[in-house]
Design a protein around this ligand. Structure first.
Ligand code: NAD
Ligand code: DAU
Length: 345
């Protein structure tokens, strides 16, 4: 199976590539990634010499490049590429519209032209909007995104479903809840809190800290994505949730107790604008259709994640101190030389 992975140098994409190479001996993967601030080739250092893997630097918005790649013939494209951080979308939504909406449309059109048999979009529970204290979202709940990030992901989902209805494009959407695990960029709450606590810095908790997220270990997410890639049905949407709701303040306390640090490191700060109160996903569809269930409990997964960050201080300090562009130049050469020609590494 030949798979074009887009956005594979980020958190979930890099975990997915590693998972697919480990579980599908016959797969060949090309990873197209623009290497924004969030894309990091160090995330894939252990597999970069695998003969079944190839990296190409470039954007999903570059129609010429995407078409040129797809001419080679792929069995599937799975799109992780996105601007993914809600707070950044509140500061400036432009790149969110460009990559998340226009980039997705560029991929859709190229897949249509080259008749790629399967296109999968890695979407999010945030497209459904915010929940009150009870209930959960199912696949046909209305889309009511609140942040510019969520709106851009919802727009992409609608385009994808429109391509299915209009052209019969063989597309599938997965919508996942909040992921955590190794290689997550330390702007997201769990790695931010872990790395701050390790450095003896405070944990900035937004508002009253009672906002609820449904946590899913990235390995469980990757297993679900691999199943959908193999056996998912075109035109369908699959929720992938952890069935694991936690208030942010409890997550902060668990991180601190795992590290033997005091709760006094928690600092209540100004709230996020338009902050969604609670997310929760119903996952009966993927459980019944594909036999998937999350396997990793939050307590075990969080403890392992804390240990991973403890053991990978150079990885996150390079990011937090803004040094990794320099590291890149030394390790991989000048990556600013991006041309329309795919630069194969
Ligand atoms: P991330 O920010 O860690 O990684 C995004 C990757 O996309 C980076 O490698 C970046 O360089 C790349 N990229 C950005 N713009 C690009 C472009 N124009 N062309 C090519 N590559 C580009 O994100 P993540 O947390 O790994 O999320 C991956 C996907 O999963 C996103 O689509 C996100 O919306 C979705 N998602 C994430 C979560 C979560 O909890 N992290 C949950 C549900 C869904
Ligand atoms: O639900 C899936 C989504 O989860 C994905 O689509 C997004 O790509 C991903 O970034 C994530 O979005 P959230 O906004 O839920 O994640 P974040 O880690 O930014 O925040 C989680 C919660 O923690 C949220 O309620 C805000 C709060 N928070 C966040 C940060 C960064 C804090 O209290 N303090 C912080 O410093």
């Amino acid at each position: 199976m030949r798979v074009l992975v887009t956005g594979g140098a980020g958190f979930i994409g890099s975990n997915f590539i590693r998972h697919l190479l480990a579980t599908e001996p016959a797969c060949h993967i090309v990873n197209l990634d623009k290497l924004t601030y969030a894309g990091n080739l160090e995330n894939l250092a252990d597999i970069e010499r695998d003969p079944r893997y190839r990296f190409i630097k470039g954007s999903i918005c570059d129609a010429l490049l995407v078409n040129e790649l797809l001419r080679d013939g792929f069995d599937a494209l799975i799109n992780f590429a996105a601007e993914s951080h809600v707070d950044r979308s509140i500061q400036d939504a432009r790149t969110f519209a460009e990559t998340n909406v226009l980039g997705t449309q560029t991929i859709l059109e190229a897949c249509r032209r080259h008749q790629v048999p399967r296109m999968m979009q890695v979407s999010t529970d945030e497209v459904y909007g915010s929940l009150g204290p009870s209930g959960h979202f199912v696949e046909d709940s209305p889309l009511r995104p609140n942040s510019p990030y969520a709106a851009s992901k919802a727009a992409a989902d609608l385009l994808i479903l429109a391509y299915f209805r209009t052209y019969g494009s063989p597309v599938i959407i997965t919508r996942s809840s909040n992921n955590y695990g190794p290689y997550q960029f330390p702007e997201k709450v769990i790695p931010l809190f872990i790395t701050n606590a390790l450095a003896g810095e405070s944990l900035p908790l937004y508002g009253d800290g009672l906002y609820v997220r449904d946590w899913l270990h990235v390995q469980d997410h990757c297993e679900a994505l691999a199943l959908v890639l193999k056996d998912g049905v075109a035109g369908e949407v699959y929720n992938i949730g952890g069935n694991c709701e936690r208030a942010n303040i409890d997550v902060a306390r668990l991180i601190l107790s795992t590290l033997g640090k005091p709760d006094t490191l928690i600092r209540h700060v100004k709230d996020r604008l338009g902050h969604d109160r609670r997310y929760a996903l119903g996952t009966a569809k993927i459980e019944q259709a594909l036999g998937w269930k999350p396997r990793i409990s939050f307590e075990t997964g969080l403890q392992e994640t804390v240990r991973w960050y403890e053991g990978h201080a150079p990885w996150w300090t390079r990011i937090k101190e803004g040094q990794y562009r320099e590291y890149y130049r030394e390790t991989y050469g000048d990556l600013s030389q991006v041309s329309r020609q795919p630069s194969v590494m």
